[in-house]
Design a protein around this ligand. Structure first.
Ligand code: SF4
Ligand code: FE
Length: 493
């Protein structure tokens, strides 16, 4: 099958019987639901841009499995050039959506499961790598979106999976049959789960023998029997339900999506199983997936950052403050921070290396440094954007007030719309509505629905800051650095 268009992708979702719940109720037509649809539009653009000759080089690649052209989101990286293009593609999509476009979790899962299954088979004589190659060929041939899912709910953070009071807090194998396995548990805050065709499940932490039932990786369709999802709510989400919702949304077309994905005894056939109790490989899978996704943030968040910087500069123009030297300096600082993140994304890609299975892995230390910076810099970028925007970003009346023809009973007889437009105008030649639009966009990115994908996701997505610090400690090689100092200082012990 040829690469799908965005419209074909959206139509393909209608064939799924994925069970979705939101606000305490089942949502039958989740494809057209106004709260969910922006996240679907986001994934759709990953399909559309693959058909645009201008972006073909970034958005597509040649599959090492089939020799055919595939969407880069379904590709196994074959070189450091592929790794760099991945980051550039993510920056491009961040620029086009100002949001989380969700499809990267699958791409990062493909690459980590591919290399880990190869090494697991070598150590244990299992057949997971062939299973996975067959599965990924199916994904590529059908141009599917797959949700790579790692994070379990975790319960008591001080206890391992098998020590939890409720054994389902971490997803685990409940039964092993001749033809497959049965799994139970959940994955929490899963990006892009509802609008994915398939799910690729991985363990969430390194595990010992006592936790082997939890060391499981597999794939299943999103509408498999026994699986359902609960949509995660976002700040200001119900604005999308308002009549003629537009200006107040800030970003009308695009948004991210997270959900709780529950497995209540789901059967997985043997050929979709990629890890089954080989607990000694859970840690490798986690480390590789996290590494790839920490690289990803040096692309996607930079692209969104580009739009934030542009919006702040526009707000300054509309406020008449663009010439102020402190505003210019703040825009320079925002650019400096944003490009530093990009440097990290490119650096960990350029320093990538081939795995035993043949696909390319990023430099783990640099990818963790990348994500550690992402836990900080977008916060500073947002702080500066709010500084430039001014307080009106959070105090202005609604779109309905600006458009209202309700007559106010005062001397001049003007309408509510006339009054609000009169007092919230900025520089000459710019409509009040355009000024409102850019401020609402900044509100959305800094505090509203898109803040999930830019601010808080920068903190916790791809692992919270402490997870990177553990990896930086492991990879930092302080012992070798001590030796450097000893040699130069003339210390002989
Ligand atoms: Fe992709 Fe970034 Fe969203 Fe992760 S947070 S899925 S890397 S856009
Ligand atoms: Fe993320």
């Amino acid at each position: 099958m040829a690469l799908m268009t965005g419209a074909e992708y959206i139509e393909s979702l209608r064939k799924l019987k994925t069970q979705v719940y939101m606000f305490g109720m089942k949502v039958d037509n989740w494809v057209d639901h106004p709260i969910i649809r922006p996240s679907i539009n986001c994934v759709a653009i990953t399909y559309d841009l693959a058909h645009d000759p201008q972006y073909e080089d970034l958005m597509t690649a040649t599959s090492n499995l089939t020799g055919k052209k595939v969407n880069r989101f379904a590709h196994l990286h074959q070189s450091t050039d592929d790794l760099r293009k991945k980051v550039k593609m993510q920056r491009l999509l961040g620029q086009k959506t100002a949001s989380c476009f969700q499809r990267c979790v699958g791409m990062d899962a493909f690459n980590s499961v591919f290399s880990t299954t190869y090494e697991c088979d070598k150590a244990h004589g299992t057949n997971y790598h062939e299973n996975f190659k067959k599965y990924l060929t199916y994904v590529q041939e059908n141009d599917l979106t797959v949700d790579g899912a790692m994070t379990d709910p975790k319960g008591d953070r001080g206890k391992s999976p098998s020590q939890q009071t409720d054994p389902d807090i971490f997803l685990h194998i409940v039964e092993k049959r001749a033809d497959g396995i049965v799994v139970r548990g959940a994955k929490a805050h899963q990006t892009g789960s509802i609008n994915s065709h398939e799910h690729l499940i991985m363990p969430t932490i390194a595990m010992g023998e006592e936790d082997k039932k939890y060391a499981v990786a597999f794939a299943c369709p999103s509408d498999v029997e026994g699986l359902f999802m609960v949509y995660g709510r976002q700040s200001c989400d119900t604005r999308k339900l308002e009549k003629d919702a537009d200006v107040d949304l800030g970003n009308k077309q695009f948004g991210g999506q997270e959900a709780l994905v529950v497995f209540d005894d789901v059967f997985i056939p043997n050929d979709r199983v990629f890890l089954c109790e080989e607990h000694d490989f859970a840690g490798m899978l986690v480390e590789r997936f996290a590494g790839y996704h920490r690289q990803s943030y040096g692309g996607c968040k930079v692209g969104v950052g580009d739009v934030v910087i542009g919006a702040a500069a526009l707000a300054a123009d509309y406020n008449g403050a663009a010439k102020a030297s402190h505003v210019k300096d703040k825009l320079i600082e925002m650019t400096h921070l944003n490009e530093t993140l990009y440097c990290c994304g490119i650096a960990c890609s350029a320093e990538g290396y081939p795995t035993e299975a043949g696909n390319y892995q990023i430099d783990l230390l640099l990818a963790n440094v990348c994500k550690q910076n992402v836990t900080r810099f977008p916060y500073e970028i947002v702080r500066l954007a709010e500084d430039i925007a001014g307080g009106l970003m959070v105090t202005m009346p609604s779109q309905a007030d600006f458009r209202s023809d309700v007559q106010i009973p005062t001397k001049s007889g003007m309408t509510l719309g006339q009054w609000t437009n009169k007092f919230f105008v900025g520089v000459n030649g710019v409509s009040t509505e355009n000024r409102m639009r850019i401020l609402r966009f900044l509100e959305n990115i800094c505090l509203g629905a898109s803040a999930v994908g830019y601010r808080t996701e920068s903190m916790h997505g791809a692992g919270s800051p402490q997870a990177q610090r553990i990896m930086i400690a492991r990879q930092g090689n302080i012992a070798a650095k001590k030796e450097l100092a000893k040699v130069i200082a003339g210390i002989k012990e």
